[in-house]
Design a protein around this ligand. Sequence first.
Ligand SMILES: Cc1ncc(COP(=O)(O)O)c(C=O)c1O
Length: 388
Amino acid sequence: MNLTPTYNLNQPIDRHNTDSSKWRRYGDDVLPLWVADMDFISPRPVVEALHRRVEHGVFGYGDTPAALRLLICERLERLYGWKVSPPELFFLPGLVSGLNLVCRAVGILGDGVLMQTPVYPPFLTAPINGGRTVITTLLQERNGRYEVDFDAFEQAITPNTSLFLLCNPHNPVGRVYERWELERMAEICLRHDVLICADEIHCDLIYNGHRHIPMASLSPEVAGRCITLMSPSKTFNLAGLGCAFAVAQNPEIMKRVQSAAAGIVPHVNVLGYVAALAAYREGQSWLDEVLAYLTANRDYLVDFIQEHLSAIATTKPEGTYLAWLDCRNAGIPGNPFRFFLDQAKVALDDGARFGPGGEGFVRLNFGCPRATLAQALARMREAVEHDR
Ligand SMILES: Cc1ncc(COP(=O)(O)O)c(C=O)c1O
């Protein structure tokens, strides 16, 4: 690990006038700590590789670089002992496309799709878009962390349930599931003939003391019943470049996903490939620095809330740069998202959009310079104190 910082992550970067969704939606007087991208510059090798590609000046149709397929397979084996071969990868412009495709590729119209809430909102809409129904169970907060309610999980499965959408690390609650939890979820799914789609987009953003385990790496049996969705986009802050991939080791499932995509889902753009390749090849030292920075941001945030916003409850994220704040007992009038937007000029994500269990919560993105985070928290504190 590179111990001397080479990136100045403290330095705020002006993202106005860059077509940033995060920075455009709420006007110039609002600090945006919502949507999941970070306010950090990407790894230098990525920026340089993009420069070289742009200089070439010809941007015709692309094709997945064989080197990227190999690099990803090598990475999955190195990090997780998970053996994947290049044809078992299917490239997509984003994970949300992947979630929607998988909902259409698995089962039949009207089938149930199981998920645990609160959860990333497109989980709730993907089944509906594909003519399926949504089945939810609640994650349970116990002793400062969210846990799977295995009884409710199993009881929610009906003969028409064909798919379980797993989010690991779990957005928004920041859990990184342990092996035994994954094994138990997988065992239940396999016993009930439920396929698993594992959204593991946050898999590289894991804090000390925790370890990401891909669901499909548990065993060949699980791999044969699992589609994994991953991407360098959260890891290296490349969300706007649209390069993601699905891993399906069951050829029948791969065929179904590919035919659901045919003619509808566009190819990954050439710059997305260039960035992904450079990031996986040369981005690790940047990632080490960013993880150290995010760890300090996370701890700053949790301490600040305990000290100055103590009526708000939160858990310490094990992964992701997202914090899930329980404002239900904070005496905040109305919807807390609205309150912080109007009174503090801080844009968060409205917990109500994350399905059952989300009402009264907000999600805060701490992937930003410390000064931005500190300013947002100070504004939130002032708004809450002013309202007393
Ligand atoms: C769990 C999860 N899945 C998928 C996405 C979005 O993926 P993409 O931008 O590749 O569609 C996000 C972004 O926040 C996410 O948190």
